[in-house]
Write a protein that binds this ligand. Structure first.
Ligand code: GLU
Length: 265
């Protein structure tokens, strides 16, 4: 395949279950249009990490149950995953791009041989200008189902793939100086030098089990932990609202959106 643009930066962008479900195919189309523009006009190549497989299956087969067993969630992920990948493929096609699905587990990034295999595959796809769309392989691993909604996975991918930035797209504007649900005067924190242990402890106290929603297991704590891991390993992290107009392009243009966590090394 021929190359069309000179790449200057690599980003990992992660979209949460809530965003996928509330935004649906239109939001995915909009994101993939931004992915195309990032490549064509900003020299940024993107590895996309998506959640939302379980939540999509729950909606599609009307699997209404107050509490789902882990094995049910795993089976639901197998139903929902091809459905969301279809949406990404169609959205990328509309931009003249090709998508590829890569399902992986955190162990794949810890074992030296498997990590090298993941790196080789992703590097080859990017070299061909194909957009990799990743998710945790929930049918065989459950780290992110239990806690995280792919936040930790996306940070590990960003570090392993030597990305310059990790962008976590979620349903809140970023990190606030106090809880905006309780305090209307809460202000968005625009920038942080890194994540302090005291912030992690404070969020742990506030969120109890770690937050999350009925659709995903993330919450702000797992995002902050992901940002901490990334920033310590030289990756800058952005927490931003996924349906903010042109959110990725705004970040590329240096606008103040979300919360930017600077890298520490
Ligand atoms: N990998 C899962 C999915 O795509 C994560 C969702 C969760 O946090 O339960 O559905």
């Amino acid at each position: 395949m021929k190359k069309t643009t000179k790449i200057r930066e690599r980003w990992v962008v992660k979209a949460g279950s809530n965003m996928i479900l509330s935004g649906g195919p239109l939001l995915i189309r909009d994101w993939m249009s931004q992915v195309a523009q990032l490549r064509r006009h900003h020299g940024v190549e993107v590895i996309w990490v998506t959640s939302g497989a379980i939540a999509t299956a729950v909606e599609r087969i009307q699997f209404k149950k107050p509490k789902r067993e882990l094995k049910e969630k795993q089976a639901l992920s197998a139903i929902g995953q091809p459905a969301i990948q279809d949406l990404y493929n169609l959205a990328l096609q509309a931009q003249g791009l090709l998508g590829a699905q890569v399902l992986l587990t955190s162990e794949d990034l810890m074992n030296t041989v498997r990590k090298k295999n993941v790196q080789n595959t992703l590097n080859q796809l990017l070299d061909w200008e194909v957009t990799p769309v990743l998710n945790e392989n929930d049918a065989v691993a459950t780290d992110e189902i239990k806690f995280g909604d792919n936040d930790a996975l996306s940070a590990r991918v960003a570090v392993s793939m030597k990305a310059q930035r990790l962008v976590i797209l979620t349903d809140v504007e970023g990190l606030y100086d106090s809880d905006p649900r309780k305090n209307p005067g809460a202000r968005r924190i625009e920038e942080m030098k890194g994540i302090t242990p005291s912030l992690v402890k404070k969020l742990e106290r506030e969120s109890g089990t770690g937050g999350g929603t009925s659709r995903g297991t993330g919450g702000i704590l797992s995002k902050i932990k992901a940002a901490d891991l990334a920033s310590k390993k030289g990756v800058e992290t952005w927490l931003a609202k996924g349906d903010l107009p042109q959110v990725l392009l705004q970040i590329a243009q240096g606008h103040s959106v979300g919360t930017r966590v600077r890298k520490r090394s």
